[in-house]
Design a protein around this ligand. Structure first.
Ligand SMILES: Cc1cc2nc3c(=O)[nH]c(=O)nc-3n(C[C@H](O)[C@H](O)[C@H](O)COP(=O)(O)OP(=O)(O)OC[C@H]3O[C@@H](n4cnc5c(N)ncnc54)[C@H](O)[C@@H]3O)c2cc1C
Length: 351
């Protein structure tokens, strides 16, 4: 065996698993398809977490912000680099796992990097590959035109441009708001009849409700894009198939969410409920003995908006316990970082 455990993915939760394994003295190998926390490197510039800073802290390393406000992505990346250096975690960056097979003794993992293909063996594997591997494509004409993108990068490029944002979740509302403030002429198309208070951050929901109500941002509820053209978009009504409208757009941001990649789990023979892997939540083990899932990857190929860094801190200690039989140190050393926390804590209470 090349190692006891192979960890695949070095986002916050993959790092938290690696730190737990290192603390427990487990021999492990860690591979990451891109740079450290690659998902977060692709966030829009200067985007903030919605979660509170103490809930984003990992592996017992406190995080401080200069203004006690939510963390900006770039600051969190600096913090994660710090965690990796404090623990001296060894990660094979820019190496993507391409195959995962069950063997009699454990698993083989195949990977590809700039320098070629590799093959490793281990008794157990932890998949911490996230749930944002690829955008949800709409499959409409014009989706691949150069002025159309599935990732919001930064608002400046849309200054004094007609921008259509498609979507109704946090990422779409945030992009619409930031681009509006940066001087873009913003329209928002959403397939539902109204912005959804249950599924969005309350501040964003309030600000967007005001701006769309006053028509500073033009809102097209119950619509989906049917075709993107060079300087316009045809929006089809979701309420009435026959109805459509064509609006001007210099740029189009399709912020309709992302999907996780479940191909490795499938290849290893894990069982699913639909496309969500069956997981024993006491150990984070799949139906395949020795195959664990941690972090947002537990949502399978969905971007379920139910698992966050904040709600996944129990994954690493459960995996370490299952592998070693020993309790790992609790997440953080400060009471305020250890309070029990679940998705129910962030649901609006008065609806
Ligand atoms: C603007 C924005 C704001 C957000 N705000 C919040 C928030 O407030 N709170 C919150 O908790 N979350 C937030 N998120 C989501 C956040 O990005 C995820 O919750 C977090 O990154 C999940 O951590 P993870 O370690 O489970 O997975 P990820 O961070 O997605 O890490 C997975 C890693 O696995 C790697 N990987 C994938 N496939 C392979 C492979 N085959 N081989 C090797 N490596 C692989 C990826 O490159 C990646 O580095 C936000 C997202 C965005 C875009």
């Amino acid at each position: 065996m090349d190692s006891e455990v192979i960890v695949i993915g070095a986002g916050p939760i993959g790092i938290e698993v690696a730190a737990g394994l290192k603390r427990a003295g487990v021999d492990y190998l860690h591979i990451e398809a891109g740079q450290l926390a690659d998902t977060i490197t692709k966030w829009p510039r200067n985007a903030r977490f919605f979660s509170s800073p103490e809930r984003c802290a990992i592996a017992g390393v406190p995080v401080q912000t200069f203004d006690q406000e939510q963390l900006v992505g770039e600051v969190y990346l600096a913090y994660l680099r710090n965690v990796v250096e404090i623990y001296d975690l060894r990660i094979r960056y820019y190496e993507r796992a391409t195959s995962l097979c069950r063997t009699r003794e454990g698993f083989t993992v195949e990977s590809v990097s700039r320098t070629g293909r590799k093959r490793y063996t281990a008794r157990s594997v932890v998949l911490a590959t996230g749930d944002m591997n690829a955008p949800n494509r709409l499959g409409i004409p014009g989706e691949d035109l150069p002025h159309v993108t599935h990732r919001f990068d930064e608002p400046h490029r849309y200054f004094r441009q007609k921008l259509l944002v498609v979507g109704g979740r946090n990422s779409a509302l945030e992009a619409a708001l930031r681009c509006f403030r940066a001087g873009a002429e913003v329209s928002l198309s959403y397939r539902r009849a109204a912005l959804d208070r249950e599924r969005t951050n309350s501040r964003l929901h309030l600000e967007l409700s005001i701006l769309t109500g006053k028509e500073y941002i033009r809102f097209y509820p119950s619509t989906v894009p049917a075709e993107i053209r060079d300087s316009s978009v045809v929006l089809k009504s979701t309420a009435d198939e026959e109805r459509s409208t064509e609006i001007d757009a210099d740029f189009v941001l399709l912020l309709t969410g992302f999907r996780g990649d479940i191909s490795l789990l499938r290849e290893a023979g894990a069982e699913f409920d639909g496309t969500v892997p069956k997981i024993d939540m006491n150990t984070m083990q799949t139906s395949v003995r020795g195959l664990y899932v941690a972090g947002t990857a537990i949502s399978g190929d969905q971007n379920a908006y139910k698992v966050f860094v904040a709600t996944a801190h129990d994954h690493a200690p459960k995996i370490v316990k299952s592998l070693t039989g020993r309790d790992d140190a609790p997440h953080g050393t400060i009471g305020s970082r250890r309070y029990p926390f679940s998705i129910d804590d962030i649901k609006p209470k008065d609806s």
